[in-house]
Design a protein around this ligand. Structure first.
Ligand code: PMP
Ligand code: GLN
Length: 388
């Protein structure tokens, strides 16, 4: 029943776990956000923009200076050639960009291929737009899809595939071969790809992000979504980008104009500044995060946890079963936040069916002391679990 899509939903696991962490005073390694305030130069720029102008409605598709900066950035970082005026729309975060793409493009009954574990917003929004999700289940430890898995999900009604890469929650950065396979299948079956690439700048050497839109045949059939929140570690800013060929962009803008119409202009101005004058931010930020990831992974391994590899995002995962814990991820996460003072995300919450039930996602975008204490508290939770 379409009208049960939202009323039947629980509160998203990110809010649930952050709410518990706040109520219980726990360390929060759950929801993905850095514990620092973000780059000072951008915050100053935003403050100046609030004080010196930029407080009335900007153009619906975004400040021209930001659209130009986005096109230039993707030219430099990913070799893309986007026209700022006909191919870039500024949205209120990637979440709005996703909603706009689903509402604008999906016709009732269209089938949409979605990989699970799945970012929590996709399925409710796709269903509300009238789409029928076709789930492709990915499993630890490698979380890869295959030609057989993709082809089994395709029917004559399939029109879209939603790809998140780099992947939240798995920390995978899809290799070139997998992207080439997906592009080939999109072209062969006339599918449009909606690509959530919010983590594109949070990738650790030697992994490298390749946008699906750059693969053969994808330039006209890809919607590329980005987020300044993730690029600059300012997750509350909610400045997103929708990039697509003009025919798609025109339709996307129709949905955006009635969702939020515009996005705070002062933040747009600051993001434009950050993209045009990033200094060494795009090298330093992933380097710092990679060091944090290593720190947390090593602390957890010393405590006996089985840590899965992560090539990007703010997240690493531990396999509880391989760490000797017999509890499900959700039971362990509740025990950890209530009795050991540390919040995490049970990855089973990001499956609609047949979940992996032993994987716990941890956010490492935190100060060293927080990571060290978080690992110690997770070890305490493991000791408690072993005694149950
Ligand atoms: N997609 C993915 C995969 C995400 O991880 C997030 C947030 N972390 C979003 C979308 C939402 O981005 P925004 O905050 O820009 O709406
Ligand atoms: N994307 C963030 C995460 O994965 C959460 C964003 C949200 O709470 N909606 O933790």
């Amino acid at each position: 029943m379409p009208d049960a899509v939202f009323s039947a939903l629980p509160t998203t696991v990110f809010e649930e776990m952050s709410g518990l962490a706040r109520a219980l005073g726990a360390i929060n390694l759950g929801q993905g956000f850095p514990d620092d305030p973000g780059p000072e130069a951008l915050r100053r720029k935003a403050a100046e923009a609030v004080l010196s102008g930029y407080n009335q409605y900007p153009p619906m598709a975004g400040l021209p200076e930001l659209r130009q900066a986005v096109a230039r950035h993707y030219g430099r970082a990913q070799g893309l050639d986007l026209d700022p005026m006909t191919e870039v729309t500024v949205t209120s975060g990637a979440t709005e960009a996703l909603a706009a793409a689903f509402l604008a493009l999906i016709e009732p009954g269209d089938e949409v291929i979605v990989f699970q574990p799945v970012y929590d917003a996709y399925l409710p929004l796709i269903r509300r737009a009238g789409g029928v999700p076709r789930l492709v289940t990915l499993n630890p430890p490698d979380w890869r899809f295959t030609r057989a898995l993709l082809e089994a999900a395709i029917t004559p009604r399939t029109r879209f595939v939603v790809l998140n890469n780099p992947v939240n929650p798995t920390g995978l950065v899809l290799p070139e071969d997998d992207l080439a396979l997906l592009a080939e299948i999109c072209v062969a079956h006339d599918l449009t790809a909606i690509c959530d690439e919010v983590w594109e700048q949070v990738v650790f050497t030697p992994a490298a992000h390749r946008p699906l839109i750059a693969f053969p045949g994808m330039r006209e059939r890809c919607v590329k979504i980005g987020s300044a929140g993730k690029m600059f570690g300012l997750t509350g800013w909610k400045v997103g980008f929708l990039c697509a060929a003009p025919a798609l962009s025109r339709v996307l803008a129709r949905a955006h104009q009635f969702l939020t119409f515009t996005t705070p202009p002062n933040l747009q101005a600051a993001v434009a500044f950050g993209l045009d004058e990033p200094g060494d931010w795009f090298e330093a930020m992933p380097r710092t995060l990679a060091a944090s990831q290593t720190r947390l992974a090593e602390a957890l391994r010393r405590e006996g946890f089985a840590v899965l590899p992560s090539q990007g995002t703010y997240f690493l995962n531990v396999d509880l079963a391989a760490s000797g814990v017999a509890m499900s991820d959700r039971e362990f996460a509740l025990l950890a936040v209530r009795e050991a003072g540390v919040a995490a995300i049970p990855v089973s919450a990001l499956y609609e069916r047949d979940p992996a039930t032993t994987i716990l996602r941890l956010c490492f975008a935190k100060a060293d002391a927080t990571l060290d204490e978080g690992a110690a508290r997770l070890a305490r939770a493991r000791d408690l679990a072993l005694r149950r």
